[in-house]
Design a protein around this ligand. Structure first.
Ligand code: PAN
Ligand code: ZN
Length: 185
């Protein structure tokens, strides 16, 4: 039999996924400012907020195929609000996802379809099962990069519009080094 080199390498310590077919997307402040309660005019538009590495093989419409991902969320705050991903429901609500902490400290904010919010602490070696019907967003509450791996079905899709119409009912701030959670009443 032939023995091949792997097509991809995930450097778990340094937070990099490398390989010919790995895609990298970067989110800058200019495209993220509307996530926050009070956008900060002093923060440069080209501030890198997070980057996402993703990798998959084969036909993405084939049921059963998987994506592999890594999100690196920078320790930026926007008028005291902790940096966070845009957040989404999956378009296909049958598709669950695993997240796992690889470095830094944060929260995985989740929201059920009825609007109920809850969160899990994220840290090195934490593992999170996200039910298919639950919206999810990462929040960096620490002072270093929050690195989180993920694995999810290629047919899941991302429904961002639903979050824009019905935002998460909780926001996380850091004031005088203390976490402050503000929830909708
Ligand atoms: C992740 C997210 C990633 C970035 O790969 O897509 O953390 O978050 P946003 O997509 O909300 O900007 C995932 O949950 N995929 O399904
Ligand atoms: Zn997802």
């Amino acid at each position: 039999m032939e023995i091949f080199d792997p097509r991809v390498q995930h450097d778990f310590v340094n937070g990099i996924v490398e390989g010919k077919d790995v895609k990298i997307s970067k989110k800058y402040y200019r495209d993220a400012k509307h996530f926050y309660l009070n956008p900060d005019a002093s923060l440069a538009d080209d501030t890198l907020m997070y980057q996402v590495y993703s990798y998959s093989e084969g036909n993405s419409e084939q049921v059963g195929n998987l994506n592999w991902g890594l999100t690196v969320l920078k320790p930026v705050s926007v008028n005291q609000e902790c940096n966070m991903t845009r957040g989404h429901f999956h378009e296909n609500l049958d598709c669950a996802e695993f997240y796992f902490g690889l470095g830094g400290e944060g929260l995985l904010l989740m929201m059920k379809e009825d609007g109920t919010c809850f969160a899990e602490k994220v840290f090195l070696n934490s593992l999170h099962h996200i039910d298919g019907s639950v919206a999810h967003r990462l929040i960096n509450t620490g002072n270093e990069d929050l690195k989180v791996g993920a694995c999810w079905p290629t047919i899941a899709g991302h429904d961002y519009e639903r979050i824009e119409k019905h935002p998460f009912g909780a926001r996380v701030f850091k004031k005088d080094d203390e976490l402050v959670i503000e929830e909708d009443k």
